[in-house]
Ligand binder design. Sequence first.
Ligand code: ADE
Length: 248
Amino acid sequence: MRVSILTLNPGFFAGPLGEGMIRIAREAGIVTVDLVPIRDFATDRYGTTDDYPYGGGAGMVMKVDTIVGAFESVSAAEPGVTPRTLVTTPQGRVLTQEWARELAQERHLVLVCGRYRGIDERAGAFLSAEEVSIGDYVLSGGEAAALVVLDAVSRLQPGVLGDAESARGDSFSEALLDAPVYTRPEEYRGLRVPETLLSGNHEQIRRWRRREALRRTLARRPDLLSGRALSDEDRRFLDEIRKEEASS
Ligand code: ADE
């Protein structure tokens, strides 16, 4: 897949593109990333990329002509493919694993990093763009959000994750939080690894993990449990957990 990132701060990406999963995906030729400096498409000799908002108010608005120019420089990079275009903004639809999975199927993603008060609304129309938020908080710019989208879609490309990790399944693929994990030593400053995990009994370990995953999800993200079809075993575990929590 190709991911084109339109940004006023291309330097932001220098480190992250060369590290971890994104580096592996790029080096394997599975993900191609273009960094498009929006400033290169400024239409005046001062390199202006933003201007005051019509109607007044604080903050600056990214100009439509520069954004459209930057977009048109990459929109035909994949012959015969219309890119799927996302603008990062706290006003957007919140990214979920399900949406990431859908975006990961695209041949060409264009990510426009919003800055300041946002981009001129008309740019969204020219780009047929959707708006994406990575959560209900405000960042100083959309670059970190674009990196989040890039990471989430890159690791879902076939061949990027090793077998062990991809077979394991992500906690959100199943919409439950993961159970706690431990590694050596068995005891650290008086804190022991739960005995079940040392038992070698695979069925007991499976049940322990399932129960602890439910316990965490109930405590931290009860919204993930409501409206979800539960197995008889899950319902029994949840009843037990609720009783345990009530008596502790
Ligand atoms: N830009 C500023 N805050 C953001 C957020 N939460 N998600 C996406 N883009 C943003």
